[in-house]
Each structure stands twice: as C-alpha cells, then as structure tokens.
Design a protein around this ligand. Sequence first.
Ligand SMILES: [Zn+2]
Length: 154
Amino acid sequence: MVQRISRIFFVALVAANTLVADGPKCTGTARDCEQKIRHLVSGRRYLGATVTDKMPGLVVSAVTEDSPAAKSGLLPGDILISLNGKSLTQASVRDFKQYVADARTTGRIWLIVSRHGAYSRIETRLEPYPKEQVAKIVAMHLSQTHTKTAGTQR
Ligand SMILES: [Zn+2]
C-alpha cells in the first residue's frame, strides 16, 4: 500500500513539476499546498508510468493501477524505445516528461517498447486523474512534508 501511494505521488510530481520541481520541499502552508496541488492535478491528464533512467535509455519502473499505461498493457521492465515517434534510447527522464507533456493537446500516446528482446507498439490516451488519486496525492504530500507544522497551523 505504501509503495502504491508513493508511485501515485511520483506521478503527481511529474504532473506538478512546475510546483515542486526540486522535490518534496515546499514553503507554503498545508492549506495553500493542498489547493495548489488540487488545482494542478485536477483535470490534468496522466499516463501512469514511472520511468527510471538507466543511462543510456529509459525503463518503466512502475505502472499505476488502473492508469492509461496499465490498461494499454505497459509493464514494469519494459524498455522505452520511442514515444510518438521521438526516440527515447538516449533520452533522460526529463525528456520523457516533456514528450508526454507535448502530447497533452491530443492526449494520444504511442510507444515502442522492448520486452524480452522483442519490440511492441503500445497505444494509449492520457486520462484525467481520478478523484481518489487526487486525494491520495494530497494526503501523501501533506504527510511527507507538513507533519511538523500541521499542529501549529490553523
Ligand atoms: Zn506542501
């Protein structure tokens, strides 16, 4: 359960990276943060895949349950070859996030992945975060970074 929540939180960081670009540190009050996160994440469409840089290249390290990535058949361990025709074989995690962001207009994502040495094409579509995931993302952020101040703020 803890692992699942932290995955979801990571996905939120990807979506909200303009807010918390350098990790879980933040300076606002818990209430301000909750509102900012909700604003950024609600209605924002997501893929639901966590990728890790294996230098060079990218591998899927986690897939969020019930996410577009999960429904399309993407699996942890898949090596990413390309996204919407853009090569990922030398890409960084930052490049990957940018390419996903570039696809927000249409929401369409097609990936070429290498799995056990064979290439597959995976097609999916970005979807809005479900409400319960938004709530979990907020709860995770508050418990990670606002525990010390929670008792002193009203
Ligand atoms: Zn915060």
